[in-house]
Design a protein around this ligand. Structure first.
Ligand SMILES: [Zn+2]
Length: 480
């Protein structure tokens, strides 16, 4: 496969590209869905092809083909250079690339139990049994499913990179819906999207769908008659780690994508409220807020050995002690922003998509408290968990989130279950009110397998290490 990538890069250079890279990508995907005790559907698909990028002047060109023969890939390289030349006819400064250490390497993530090798019958039994148990415990609709991705990539660049990686990812999800007279309630496990990682089938065994099925079905039914979440202009809000993962994803992760900050990427609620002139000085949150983008975390969904430009995975400080100090970047965006090096965050969704800045594992570093400490320290407040709905403006500043479940906190104790909890805030003001966060034993690497970005759309796999957190003075109210 390296031969095809090398031929494409050489052809792009011969056609005038001052930099080129090519990525052969072979990806297999399998998924299965169960509903109310029966298997509803199953897919197995695969794709293989090559994508070539060429840089001329101020513009990139990209071309992809599924035909892996030497003549076709050379033509793809020439075509990428032609497109770059056409893009560069728009006036603009030459696009520079920050230097990167050139490596020839192989990388693959650790997998205990190859997920595609687990017998289909065994996987089907697990999904069907979980939905059957939810039905037996009060769910009107019970759904469960899993996804497996097995991806091999071969990267060659005109700088000399020659890197192959095999990344295996999997995970599962389930939810129980209870139908009442006027509304429905749903509980999901482990989170709204389930749980995913760069791991083998052992991840699915560990989350124990069957062992949690009865509980979530009973919670969904109990929510139907639970009191509405009260409205408060300002209350103490404790957020469970799964909802924190989405809070981080939407209000920090997307906001610190350098292509959005630079104004390159404005699709799908793009752009950002952050201004590069404030990098290193802007207060993003309280002193307790430490956020990193770390693609080296074992098993997290946003982990890899190298990004799609060959930059080695490494931790990048995003917020340190509440101050905004870093961004998610690639070689070109880093150069334009005046950064010394790439954040190693460039990935493409398949061989036929232009790699772009994507989140790696953007997450909160743990603190010293625990969920139980936070409850004990709260006189009057609300605890919420598991995302249900989200809304955030184009600049990633004003947000409203709904959660599946909540509980009143009175005098340091968890009280009544409440339904339809929501909360709203403005990014930096909200994060400034963070005053307690969970410890390392509560640190969970949540995986988001469906982050949408770009046109044509790309689906990204991102990870979000998170802990339960307490925020002061938050507006909480019923779902509108
Ligand atoms: Zn996203």
């Amino acid at each position: 496969m390296f031969d095809y990538a090398e031929a494409a890069v050489e052809a792009a250079q011969a056609a005038g590209a001052r930099y080129a890279d090519a990525r052969v990508m072979d990806r297999r995907h399998e998924s299965m869905d169960a509903r109310n005790g029966e298997i509803e559907g199953m897919t197995q698909d695969s794709s293989v092809g090559i994508g070539v990028r060429a840089l001329i002047g101020s513009g990139w060109g990209f071309f992809a083909t599924a035909d892996l023969d030497l003549e076709t890939v050379r033509a793809a390289g020439r075509r990428a250079a032609e497109i770059a030349r056409a893009s560069a006819s728009v006036p603009g400064d030459d696009l520079e690339l920050v230097p990167v250490e050139v490596r020839q390497d192989h990388w693959e993530n650790e997998v205990v139990e190859d997920p595609l090798s687990v017998p289909l019958g065994e996987k089907a039994d697990l999904m069907a049994a979980a939905t059957r148990t939810m039905r037996e415990h009060g769910a009107d609709v019970a759904l469960a499913g899993y996804d497996i991705w097995d991806t091999t990539k071969w990267l060659v660049s005109s700088d000399g990179h020659r890197i192959d990686q095999r990344i295996r990812e999997c995970g599962a999800h389930m939810n129980a819906t209870a139908v009442g007279e006027t509304e429905t309630q749903r509980r999901s496990y482990p989170g709204i999207r389930g749980q995913y990682g760069t791991r083998g089938w052992e991840l699915v065994r560990e989350i124990d769908l069957e062992g949690n099925a009865a509980r979530i079905a009973e919670e969904a039914r109990a929510l139907l008659t639970a009191p509405q979440c009260p409205s408060h202009d300002a209350t103490d809000l404790i957020i469970g780690s799964e909802q924190m993962a989405l809070q981080i994803h939407e209000s920090v992760g997307h906001a610190v994508e350098l292509d959005r900050i630079l104004g390159w990427e404005a699709a799908f609620a793009g752009t950002s409220w952050l201004d590069l002139s404030q990098l290193g000085t802007l207060r993003f949150g309280s002193d307790l807020m430490n956020v990193t983008a770390d693609a080296t975390l074992p098993g997290a969904l946003g982990s890899f050995g190298y990004d799609d430009e060959g930059t080695p995975a490494h931790p990048v400080d995003i917020v340190r002690g509440g101050i905004w100090v870093g961004a998610l970047s690639g070689r070109d965006s880093a150069a334009l922003a005046g950064l010394d090096s790439s954040g190693g965050a460039v990935r493409g969704d398949g061989y036929n998509r232009l790699p772009m800045v994507r989140m790696t594992n953007v997450g909160l570093l743990p603190g010293e408290s625990s969920l139980e400490d936070m409850i004990a320290a709260t006189e009057d407040g609300i605890l919420v968990d598991t995302n249900r709905s989200w809304s955030i403006d184009d600049k990633r500043l004003n947000f409203q989130f709904g959660c599946e479940i909540g509980w009143e906190i009175k005098n340091g104790k968890r009280g009544r279950m409440i339904r339809n909890p929501t909360y709203t805030g403005i990014g930096p003001r909200f994060w400034a009110s963070l005053d307690m966060l969970g410890n390392e034993s509560e640190w969970t690497f949540w995986g988001t397998p469906n982050c949408g970005k770009g046109q044509p759309g790309q689906v990204g796999h991102t990870g979000h290490p998170a802990v339960p957190c307490r925020f002061r003075g938050v507006r909480v109210g019923v779902r509108s």
